[in-house]
Design a protein around this ligand. Sequence first.
Ligand SMILES: C[S@@+](CC[C@H](N)C(=O)[O-])C[C@H]1O[C@@H](n2cnc3c(N)ncnc32)[C@H](O)[C@@H]1O
Length: 321
Amino acid sequence: MLRLKVYFTQRFKSYLSFCIMAMRSFDILGSVAIVKFPRGSSASLKKKRAEKIMKENNGIKAVLEKSGKFKGRLRKMETKFVAGEKTKEVLYKENGCVFRFNIDDAYFSPRLSNERKEIADAVGKNDKVLVMFAGVAPYSIVIAKKSRAMVWSNEINKRANKYARLNAELNGLKSRIVFLDGDIKKIAKKIMRYSHGVNLKKFAKLGKNYSLKFSSSNYVDLNFRTTSERGNLNIPRYFDVIVMPRPQLKDSFLKEAFSLSKRGARIFYYDFCKADEIDEIKEKVKLEAKKARKKIKITKVKKAGEVAPYRFRIRIDFKVL
Ligand SMILES: C[S@@+](CC[C@H](N)C(=O)[O-])C[C@H]1O[C@@H](n2cnc3c(N)ncnc32)[C@H](O)[C@@H]1O
């Protein structure tokens, strides 16, 4: 009975502290503050709070209300204008990089800036890096900038992809990031098919002068070029590092990650769970590895932020042996 009481008291305290944190805190993206108001807040209270935020924080020109959760496959957020300039396009700076994007068009979390730095610090110049679920490319850009490695950046959201290209340009990284637009499942299949020789046989006379061409639409086409033209369009069959800032959806996408990882590859895998479910996620990763006939070694497990009361984003780092 006493244990039950302690358990519920702790859960209530955790819930309360999450609510207080949510009430007090807000995210700042460039000159825009995004606030999650407590449920039932009146319009005038929201406006008053928004004006206070603008007054107390020099440089904040607009306040938006986060009116819903990140939704659907594209993980887009719904925001409503509360006060200040009517803009949803921001210029945000972190880790010595700049990012321009429309808040409603693509997922973005400034709370992951330390994650990006940590992973970038673990990447070497000669690593071939695949970033899945790249959004407007914050991971791809911070990694390419800090490590000077070559990055292949994948994202399914067309609007996000436009901003990602712009951001690569803004950060002077056009030559070090290759964009792989579309569903990672289809892209992984294409890359695998390409390596299995079906098409290579057909075009054998072109020898090794081939590369994968990704068209401006979301299709991946096989295209063969001369060696000198290969350049940045050359897509590796296997990667040294795979970063997986996954959407909070059921699919683990580990099958795709294993199919594209070389021996010795390091994978940074994100998932979501309650504090007491971390071991289950570790077991899931191990099971997926077994299914893919890969041996792995988990090197690190960390909580990478609280996404709801008692619910965490966790990062599992592992090596493919
Ligand atoms: C949690 S967001 C991460 C975005 C970005 N990495 C960041 O930190 O700002 C997940 C992203 O995965 C994308 N996505 C969802 N399913 C996908 C798929 N099958 N293939 C490629 N991208 C996908 C979504 O559009 C979304 O931008």
